[in-house]
Design a protein around this ligand. Structure first.
Ligand code: SF4
Ligand code: SF4
Length: 101
């Protein structure tokens, strides 16, 4: 016999509401900051060419300018390909930043 209890059907689709803490954890995006040692940079443009997110532009000397720092995905292509070790990528502690704001 077919089960026709509508309450039972609704219950099967009902989802447990997530806690605020859990929801925040799900949506928290990793963020990264970019650091340049200007004196070590020889303005070769490799970091600019390799960045997949267009984070790095170039200033009038050809050295990196971090145009969209929040778009950085932390791939470290720039850091790994810089021949002069002039770029460092650091993951930001977003938990502390959230608390501070
Ligand atoms: S790859 Fe390194 S040396 Fe070349 S422009 Fe970028 S930071 Fe400067
Ligand atoms: S880590 Fe990746 S996304 Fe971030 S600035 Fe470097 S190349 Fe661009």
């Amino acid at each position: 016999m077919m089960d026709t209890d509508p309450a039972k059907d609704m219950g099967s689709e009902r989802k447990r509401p997530s806690s605020r803490k859990g929801a925040a954890r799900k949506t928290r995006k990793k963020r990264f900051s970019q650091h340049l040692f200007r004196d070590w940079c020889k303005a070769c443009g490799i970091c600019n060419a390799f960045c997949p997110k267009g984070v790095i532009g170039r200033d009038n000397e050809g050295k990196p300018l971090f145009l969209k720092p929040d778009d950085c995905i932390g791939c470290r292509f720039c850091e790994l390909h810089c021949p002069d070790f002039a770029i460092t990528i650091v993951e930001r502690n977003t938990r502390q930043e959230d608390k501070a704001s």
